[in-house]
Design a protein around this ligand. Structure first.
Ligand code: AMP
Ligand code: MG
Length: 857
């Protein structure tokens, strides 16, 4: 363009500089390419329409502006005296309405991708698409660097005014408007020192952006591409919000900001959140500011403390005054604020922004369009933030979530929009509640998470005891081998007889229901006889590992106060001082002197079966007291998942002090399988019956080692892994042995009888294994600190309910009360309890649970 065509040159506002930077950084992304579209119905005078636009362009410098940045210290904007605004006319009259809509979508996205070259004015273009004789689709595309949403009605009002006048052959005289240059001059006069103090104070202690949590962290390319989710509140809901705001002398904007703050807090689990708010930037100290066409908006950080000590109303008042405060400094460049904050360079100050649009474009258009009927008004906006909430007031409050679809799935954003709405409605219904106590999930989602995903009820013999399951199996397969250790083995019938004889002996010593009996024996067939004998006598076993340090054994003996202790002669010396009556299994009793028949002890399914001491990483170990019905439901579940063939040879390699042993011993013994005892899992390759092992149940670290030493025999088809987080890589390595058919990830604390959730990990899977779904008669709840369910994708503490739950901790009622809490969701069993696991987890969309680690309380 010719030099004498230049009317003016001046600097950019900070907001313009930011947009310039982002546009140059991602030139083809369509970032900040805004599109305004609407439908005109009636007779459109295209020539007059074009002329009207050219007149408006002539009135406002910004519409004739381009930018230069190279070889200059500071970028500048050049205003041209004259530019020609392109108006392109298309005709799609031959297409069906559906085809027209499809084509329009394609047109809008290719137009956006086209973007603008910031050095070439005008940075806008018009398209008129004729859809039928009297219907035009209008698309006005412009770069956001020119103007903000508040300018739209100003521009349109003028276009329509000129258009009407032109149609009637008249000339419209409009008063001159303030120019953008005056705004820039005003900006340059603002003193930043005071603003710096304010923002430093406001953001003190903020060191990272509030995480959005439900996004995928990976971004596959620099380009972002936006999608949007639109939702409208009902008229009634909107009216209720408006009247609440009025009643408490708040603005609707304040309600929106508070709901967003609470949403971010509930998603992230943080009580101090920061998000961006877009302010108009039209300070009343600028004369005639309301008539300036240009980019005056600014995005500023909004920090909200969502403390569990405050009420919703308090937070609302807090936000109301924050909004007033920040409006005093709304001219501050965001890059400056960012630099004054403690958030490291390279990290954004916030990742989501809230825009409350109180410039009703629609209404302005209707009001000024005597000549044309205007409908379907839509503004498509693109910015540089992963997530933007745009709220438009009106008879029905409209919510638009614009999101980078490389970071978010549409379904996630749809749920977020629902949560936002539920929060808004919950806030005004419960203004005196704590913000973290406002419902977040709507009824459908709540039902899915609490009820549907927990529909695990399955029949099991509720009246039976653990040893009865074995006794029933003895009837069916008396001559099958039940247990093997080194050279020794016993059939079902032999094992039953020996266990019965021991049971009668123990009974004569006073063992019966609720009597605790210690078992401190080396791994052997006698160990299995001992456990069954104790159960059959009606007692509960307390495993004591002879290899434990004697201080630990002393603690367990004194804490459990066992009245009888089964042991071996060679271990007697090792045992610490205790009160129990000792039965030396290999010396003190003569099996032949006792009855071979099943003992009638009066024990019921609600009596204790065993007490296992958990390692207790902090403080003393605690005795988890498990009643019979708990392992009975576990065994019944196992029989529904694993066939008798799969359980034909189960490696029993885990110490009886760990609950995995309950699975390894009692599942095969209840379905006719063989329990193959080993000192530990790594002994598997050296076992005589190695080639008869069909199922291994162990920790990932042990299977990794077995795999490394090529110690998994071809007979093994099923591998159960539990106890620690499982890596997919390990599972896939195991599947490389083509003999392995199923690998399961099983999760559960001792307090819930071995296993609570399970998932089969697929061969060829690429994602980290989930811990799956609750097993039979088990409920899982992922809750926040207020025991409210968290949404899908949001982390919370895993809580467990169901028939596998322990009675509690032995002699530690205070611990029991703290960890086993009343179940707030109990639907069918009103007095049931939940166990707080201290594990962090989240739901994926399909209801599978991802284990995320331990929570540090
Ligand atoms: P314990 O009570 O000794 O059985 O330990 C239970 C704890 O082990 C759980 O609370 C989890 O932290 C961890 N754990 C058990 N199974 C798994 C698993 N499959 N994946 C990840 N962690 C597990
Ligand atoms: Mg466990």
């Amino acid at each position: 363009m010719k030099k004498n065509n230049i009317e003016d040159i001046y600097q950019l506002s900070p907001m313009q500089q930011g947009m310039l930077f982002h546009t140059l950084y991602a030139p083809d992304s369509g970032v900040y390419c805004q599109q305004f579209s609407c439908t005109f119905t009636g007779v459109l005078d295209v020539e007059a329409f074009d002329a009207a636009w050219q007149q408006v362009v002539a009135r406002h410098a910004v519409l004739r502006t381009a930018f230069i940045w190279e070889r200059k210290d500071v970028p500048l904007q050049l205003v041209y005296r004259q530019v020609k605004l392109p108006l392109l006319i298309h005709s799609w009259q031959g297409l069906s309405p559906d085809e027209q809509q499809q084509q329009l979508q394609a047109f809008l996205s290719s137009d956006a991708d086209h973007g603008f070259q910031l050095s070439l004015a005008p940075l806008m273009r018009l398209n008129l698409i004729q859809m039928s004789a009297d219907v035009y689709q209008f698309v006005w595309s412009y770069h956001h660097i020119l103007l903000d949403g508040w300018s739209l009605p100003l521009v349109f009002k003028e276009v329509l005014g000129y258009y009407s006048a032109l149609c009637e052959g008249q000339e419209l005289q409009l008063p001159s408007s303030r120019s953008y240059r005056e705004y820039i001059a005003w900006l340059q006069k603002q003193k930043l020192a005071e603003a710096e103090q304010f923002w430093r104070q406001t953001l003190k202690g903020v060191t990272s952006p509030t995480p959005l949590v439900v996004d995928t962290q990976q971004k596959s390319s620099l380009l972002s591409s936006d999608s949007e989710q639109i939702q409208q509140l009902s008229q009634t809901a909107t009216a209720a919000l408006v009247s609440f705001a009025r009643q408490h002398q708040l603005t609707l904007n304040t309600l929106v900001q508070a709901a967003w703050a609470i949403l971010l807090s509930r998603y992230s689990g943080e009580t101090d959140v920061v998000f961006g708010v877009t302010v108009s930037g039209r300070s009343p100290t600028i004369v005639g500011v309301e008539s300036i066409v240009g980019l005056l908006i600014n995005t500023l950080p909004m920090r909200v403390s969502v403390s569990d000590e405050d009420t919703v109303l308090f937070i609302l008042k807090q936000i109301h005054s924050s909004l007033f405060e920040i409006s005093q400094y709304e001219y501050t460049p965001l890059v400056q604020i960012q630099a004054w904050s403690d958030v490291p360079r390279g990290l954004p100050l916030f990742e989501s922004i809230v825009v409350f649009e109180n410039y009703p474009v629609d209404a302005a258009l209707q009001q000024h369009s005597q000549k044309l009927h205007i409908s379907d008004v839509r503004a498509i906006e693109r910015n540089n933030y992963p997530l933007t909430l745009i709220v438009q007031p009106g008879e029905q409050l409209s919510l638009r979530l614009i999101f980078d679809h490389q970071r978010f799935q549409s379904a996630t954003i749809a749920r977020m929009a629902e949560h936002f709405q539920t929060l808004l409605e919950g806030m005004i219904a419960n203004p005196h509640r704590q913000p973290l106590n406002i419902p977040l999930l709507n009824a459908t989602e709540q039902h899915q998470i609490l009820v549907k995903w927990n529909q695990t009820e399955a029949d099991y013999p509720k009246q039976l005891c653990l040893h009865t399951l074995f006794e029933q199996q003895v009837q069916k397969t008396p001559l099958s081998v039940a247990v093997v250790f080194e050279e020794q083995q016993l059939t079902y019938s032999e094992l039953n007889t020996l266990a019965n004889q021991l049971a009668h002996h123990l009974s004569s010593l006073g063992v019966g229901p609720e009597v605790l009996v210690g078992v401190c024996v080396e791994r052997s067939i006698s160990m299995v006889v001992g456990l069954l004998g104790i159960l059959k006598a009606g007692g509960a076993y307390v495993p004591l590992d002879p290899t434990y340090p004697s201080t630990r054994l002393a603690f367990m003996l004194s804490d459990s106060q066992v009245s009888v202790l089964l042991t071996q002669e060679k271990l007697l010396e090792k045992l610490p001082v205790h009160q129990a009556r000792v039965v030396v299994l290999d010396r003190d009793w003569q099996a032949a002197q006792h009855s071979q028949s099943n003992c009638i002890s009066g024990v019921t399914a609600n009596n204790l079966a065993y007490v296992i001491y958990t390692s207790g990483s902090t403080g003393n170990p605690k005795g988890v007291a498990i009643e019979h019905h708990s392992p009975v439901t576990l065994v019944q579940w196992a029989k529904s998942v694993f066939s008798p063939q799969q359980c034909a040879g189960v490696l029993a390699s885990t110490s009886i002090c760990f609950d995995l042993s309950v699975f390894e011993l009692f599942v095969p013994l209840s379905c006719g399988g063989m329990t193959i005892l080993a000192q530990n899992a790594l002994h598997l390759p050296s076992l005589a019956l190695c080639e008869q092992v069909t199922l291994i149940n162990t920790v990932p670290s042990a299977i990794a080692e077995l795999e490394r030493i090529k110690g998994i025999p071809a007979s093994v088809q099923t591998v159960n892994l539990a106890g620690e987080a499982l890596q997919n890589q390990l599972v896939q390595k195991i599947y490389k042995l083509n003999t392995i058919q199923q690998v399961f990830n099983l999760y559960g604390p001792s307090e819930d009888t071995t296993y609570s959730t399970f998932a089969e990990v697929e061969k060829g899977a690429t994602q980290p294994p989930s811990i799956g779904r609750p097993l039979a008669n088990t409920q899982i709840y992922i809750l926040d600190t207020f025991l409210q369910p968290v949404p899908v994708g949001v982390a919370g503490e895993l809580h467990i309910g169901g028939d596998g739950l322990a009675r509690g901790y032995l002699r530690r009622p205070e611990l029991t009360a703290e960890k086993f809490i009343p179940n707030p969701f109990a639907l069918s069993k009103p007095d049931s309890r939940l166990y707080k696991t201290g594990d962090l987890a989240r739901y994926s969309i399909d209801g599978n649970i991802e284990y995320l680690g331990r929570i540090d309380h």
